[in-house]
Write a protein that binds this ligand. Structure first.
Ligand code: SAH
Ligand code: SF4
Ligand code: F3S
Length: 443
């Protein structure tokens, strides 16, 4: 019997990449690869990369540099680069780093089996097309390698919005939505494998407009409502959504669909209308705040999160103050803050840049405000009973941890048999990035 070939996958970037990594591992699984946890143990290494900021993209090259000695030791070791850097840089990666044998973009990884055959013939393989065919239709049907009670499910890919700072429309291509019946099938398969919570993914997930099972076009709200009818699926989330695609029926679903969790990541980027215009966001601070108002009217306890860029070209101190004002009026449960990073090929990269020290200072001031809001949101949970989906053993023996409805990490003293189930927990204390709770006896 020949020994199974071993695959090590490293994932950078967003949840979409996490999903893609899982699907690539499944595809290579059909080719006889099993996954291992270290690069040293592998016959094939796949780096699934992110191009969103300069630092993210550079990580690929520092990791490839670190893999060089391993490659020298094991000349048969195959190294592949997937994801958004692969799409953006293509064959340049192999020229810069000759240890790379394979480069595959986010829209062509269903062709990995044929590409692996090329490697077996001693060739290299490069495919960064945006093909006509639907890659999902060519991937293995079942989600055989998925483990754990939570899963991602990509429902929409790509972006047509072209914010002036962002590479995603170039690395992921145009907006495409998957047909609802395939998504329902994939969701049922995941639930049969023990999944209790599904997070629907898309670069603009609420721009979902897919062919419905009834022949009509469905928006995200209709998809969520149909998924909610799957027995055994307890929780639905979605990310990342765009404020301009927050349609009435989706807002309504937050109020009347019990399985849709009360947490929403809704990036705004800036609180200054001048900067939002320069970013080509096509919304104002006020229109964003009105969307939040409507969401909160539907679901008063909704916890919000966001993304912010500071130091965007042309941002003045008063523009930045407008961002702080917006953050104060929303009151976020958490948020991601980024310093603007000029990206090749995007319009904003050509503009005069904000002084780096000034941008660092703004980043710190914004982070301080967000940390304060995060603490306040967590402190307000103390004394409340929340529902926790337990995912894994805790750091201390005898503990288990999971996520609350509001996506807070919660740990309790309790048996590992809780993993995979939802149970009521009374929150007793708040730590820096998690909550401590006590299991509530069910009446
Ligand atoms: N599709 C999502 C976000 C995708 S990228 C949306 O539209 O909101 C995730 C986040 O990275 C963005 O929300 C933005 O805050 C940040 N980002 C994107 N490009 C960036 C850049 N050039 N510099 C700094 N941050 C960036
Ligand atoms: Fe990037 Fe803007 Fe598209 Fe989000 S909406 S992926 S930030 S271009
Ligand atoms: Fe990064 Fe591509 Fe996701 S650039 S954030 S991996 S869509």
């Amino acid at each position: 019997m020949t020994e199974a070939k071993k695959l090590y996958v490293k994932t950078y970037g967003c949840q979409m990449n996490v999903y893609d990594s899982e699907r690539m591992a499944e595809t290579l699984g059909v080719q006889g690869y099993i996954q291992v946890d270290t690069a040293e143990a592998a016959d094939m290494i796949l780096l699934n990369t992110c191009h969103i900021r300069e630092k993210a993209a550079e990580k690929l090259y520092s990791d490839l540099g670190r893999l060089k000695p391993l490659h020298d030791e094991k000349p048969d070791l195959k190294i592949g680069v997937a994801g958004c850097v692969a799409q953006a840089e293509g064959g340049e990666i192999m020229r810069r780093m000759p240890i790379v044998d394979l480069v595959v973009g986010p829209q062509t990884y269903h062709r990995l089996p044929a590409m692996m055959e090329a490697l077996d013939r001693g060739e290299t393989a490069l495919d960064t097309e945006f093909p006509e065919e639907d890659k999902f239709a060519h991937l293995p049907k079942g989600r055989g390698t998925h483990k754990g009670p939570t899963a991602f499910l990509t429902v929409q890919e790509g972006c047509d919005k072209f914010c002036s700072f962002c590479v995603v429309p170039y690395t992921r291509g145009a907006e495409v939505s998957r047909p609802a019946d395939r998504l329902l099938r994939e969701a049922r398969d995941l639930v049969e494998r023990g999944v209790r919570e599904i997070t629907l993914l898309g670069q603009n997930v609420n721009a979902y407009h897919g062919a419905g099972s009834d022949g009509a076009e469905w928006g995200l709200a209709r998809l969520v409502r149909d998924l909610a009818r799957i027995d055994g699926l307890d929780r639905i989330r979605y990310t990342t959504s765009h404020p301009n695609d927050m349609e009435d029926d989706l807002i309504a679903a937050h109020g009347d669909c019990a399985k849709l969790m009360p947490y929403l990541h809704l990036p705004v980027q800036s609180g200054s209308d001048r900067i939002l215009k320069a970013m080509n966001r096509k919304h104002t601070a006020d229109s964003y705040l009105r969307v939040i108002e409507r969401l909160r009217a539907a679901r008063p306890d909704l916890v919000l999160s966001g993304d912010f860029i500071v130091g965007f070209p042309g941002e003045s101190e008063s523009d930045f103050q407008a961002t702080l004002d917006l953050v104060r009026s929303v009151g976020y449960g958490s948020a991601y803050t980024f310093k603007y990073s000029p990206r090749p090929g995007t319009p904003a990269a050509e503009r005069a840049q904000v002084d780096a020290a000034e941008a660092d200072d703004r980043l710190q001031r914004l982070q301080a405000l967000i940390t304060e809001q995060q603490r306040a949101t967590q402190a307000a949970m103390v004394g409340r009973t929340v529902q926790v989906l337990f995912e894994k053993p805790g750091r201390m023996t005898g503990q288990v941890t999971g996520k609350s409805d509001y996506l807070h990490a919660v740990h309790v003293d309790g048996p590992e048999t809780l993993i995979g189930s939802v149970a009521p927990v009374e929150i007793v204390a708040t730590n820096t990035n998690s909550l401590a709770g006590r299991l509530v006896a069910r009446g």
